[in-house]
Write a protein that binds this ligand. Structure first.
Ligand code: UDP
Length: 472
């Protein structure tokens, strides 16, 4: 602690730092200095250096601290241990708790906390360097930080202290004036001049307080102008200008050299670049292969022939229209198909005769066909006649064809017999006799049909046992 000066106010009426009684120390304000805070402010006032961060409105923790009708305003004043000449003891103290309380109450009349029930608005004050008047400096900084965070307020809060030094009322005490003065009187007020904080340390008469309050009003007005100027600068300046300013600052003051990639990721970047290079080479190789396979680089003789054929065809089509050409093409195709069908029919017709006249099949009929007697004899003679290809009358041919159709019908009947049975069984209302008739009828028809023609003899499965044995 410095020794007490002989005089705090010189004969010229000036204070030791050269100020007059109604002057405040130089003030400098920066806004939005903390990226993680919703609002922030850095303030230098004389040799005081204050940093403020505002968070919220946000859910209040612990829950018991929540209020259903309004937001909770929390103000934490902390003095860094290195902020004063003699090391300050870290952590909360009676002084810091008291300053936190009165400062919070200074803001409560203007913050519209009722808009944010169950939330909290946190204001953290860190005194980095102290030189008397830290609570008033912190209130001025907090006011700007709250505005920066977008907290609805009825107006800004400004704060300033007056005191009595060498029997004289002066504004904004510095460290020596605070330590060796007669009184210290911090005040905070709204833009409209309504006082939200008053404290007094020392002895003052009512007249001295009135005189001091007039000085404080003047001081607060000056501070308010500085605060408003800072806020206007931020919220009225177009973003382009801010970006330009930031770019100029980064290029001139900080001299940041852009390396592109941080050194800590250099190894990863090298690997990625190598992979990209390999991928590029592979893509180039594949695209070359594709272009070689797809492009016609050599002269193909077949192509020339094809071109000639196309030219000839085009020359022939020139004289007649395309429609005529298509119609004639279709007619030719139809004639060809008709001729082919006719030829196929004749061939199949002749083949049918040949199949029937094969002697092997006739021999297979031996055991069962013994019953046919004379008919069998006639049947064999007819077969021989077919083999010799003797001319046959047209009437006989017609009869044979009809018999062939009936034979096919009988085969269908045989195959569909089980279905008929199943249908008969399923019909519960039908009488039993009708069902028996329905089962027997196809068998009789088969026996009759069996004797109708020579090439439609069908081996009756009912007589020769199972169909599988017969097939074998
Ligand atoms: N001070 C100090 N150590 C402390 C507390 C305060 O050196 O533990 C100094 C500091 O510079 C502070 C001044 O005393 O600004 C006046 O403190 P006061 O309690 O009056 O609060 P302030 O005027 O800072 O609001």
């Amino acid at each position: 602690m410095s020794d007490k000066p002989e005089k705090l106010i010189t004969d010229d009426g000036l204070r030791l730092d050269g100020r007059r009684a109604d002057e405040i120390r130089p003030m400098k304000i920066e806004i939005g200095v903390l990226s993680r805070a919703d609002g922030s402010c850095y303030l230098e006032w004389g040799r005081n250096k204050i940093l403020v961060g505002v968070f919220g409105p946000r859910e209040a923790h612990p829950r018991r601290s929540q209020r259903a009708d309004t937001a909770v305003i929390r103000y934490k004043y902390n003095m860094a241990s290195f902020s004063v000449e003699d090391r300050s003891r870290p952590g909360p103290s009676r002084r810091s708790i008291e300053i936190s309380k009165v400062s919070r109450e200074a803001f409560e009349p203007v913050i519209m906390a009722e808009l944010f029930p169950k939330t909290a608005i946190d204001i953290f004050v860190e005194v980095l360097q102290a030189d008397a008047g830290t609570r008033t400096a912190a209130i001025n900084a907090s006011s700007v930080a709250l505005a920066d965070a977008g907290i609805p307020m009825k107006g800004l809060i400004t704060s300033c202290a007056f005191g009595k030094v060498d029997g004289k009322i002066v504004l904004d005490l510095n460290k020596d004036e605070d330590n060796y003065g007669d009184a210290d009187f911090p005040v905070a007020m709204t833009q409209d001049g309504e006082i939200t904080l008053v404290q007094m340390d020392g002895h003052l008469t009512p007249e001295e307080i009135k005189e001091g309050l007039e000085l404080v009003k003047k001081g607060c007005k000056e501070i308010l102008e500085i605060q408003q100027a800072v806020l206007r600068k931020k919220f009225e300046t177009p973003m382009e200008e801010l970006a330009e300013e930031a770019a100029e600052t980064s290029n001139t003051e900080n001299e940041v050299v852009e390396t592109g990639v941080p050194l800590e990721y250099a190894s990863e970047v090298a690997v990625v670049e190598e992979v990209l290079k390999e991928t590029k080479e592979f893509e180039d190789a594949v695209s070359e292969e594709i272009s070689e396979a797809g492009a016609v680089t050599e002269v193909v003789p077949e192509l020339d022939e094809l071109e000639e054929i196309i030219k000839e065809a085009e020359a022939g089509i020139e004289e007649e229209t395309i429609e005529e050409a298509i119609e004639s093409e279709i007619e030719e195709e139809a004639e060809k198909e008709a001729e082919e069908e006719e030829a196929d029919f004749e061939a199949s017709f002749e083949a049918s005769f040949e199949e029937v006249s094969e002697p092997d099949e006739v021999e297979e009929l031996e055991p069962e066909e013994a019953d046919f007697g004379e008919e069998e004899t006639g049947f064999e003679s007819e077969i021989e006649g077919f083999v010799e290809e003797e001319p046959q009358p047209a009437e006989e041919l017609q009869v044979e064809e009809e018999a062939g159709i009936e034979e096919a019908a009988s085969e269908e009947t045989l195959e569909s017999e089980p279905e008929v049975e199943s249908e008969a069984e399923s019909s519960e209302e039908a009488p039993a006799e009708e069902q028996v008739e329905a089962e027997e009828e196809p068998v009789e028809e088969l026996e009759e049909e069996k004797c109708e023609g020579p090439w439609k003899v069908v081996k009756d499965p009912s007589e020769s046992g199972s169909r599988g044995e017969k097939d074998e």
